[in-house]
Write a new protein. Structure first.
Length: 114
């Protein structure tokens, strides 16, 4: 399984970005997928996940601002990020989890200016 993330960039505070992550292989539809982020000087932390059944979970800091969704027909998971804050700056990694397997994308940089 390979994951290809895209959509990062430079945005002003209050703006929006949409991240996408396309997966290869045939297990996407039955997998939990999501996004982590790593801010400068900090550890990687989970941001949002969505299960194969569509159940979503978010870190408190992004609730009400970010929305995770998936399109199984396209093997793609999305992260819509609204009302961006400078604290959202970091490298965003998509991942896929199925049973004991975990796969990671290469990361996409999001920079939010104040």
């Amino acid at each position: 399984v390979q994951l290809q993330a895209s959509g990062g960039g430079l945005e002003q505070a209050g703006g929006s970005l949409r991240l996408s992550c396309a997966a290869s292989g045939r297990i996407f539809a039955v997998s939990t997928v999501g996004w982590y982020r790593q801010a400068p000087g900090k550890q990687r932390e989970p941001v949002a996940t969505i299960t194969s059944g569509g159940t979503t979970n978010y870190i408190d800091f992004v609730k009400g601002r970010f929305t995770i969704s998936r399109d199984n027909a396209k093997n793609t998971v999305y992260l819509q990020m609204n009302s961006l804050k400078p604290e959202d700056t970091g490298v965003y990694y998509c991942y896929l989890h199925l049973m004991q397997y975990n796969y990671w994308g290469q990361g996409t940089l999001v920079t939010v200016s104040s």
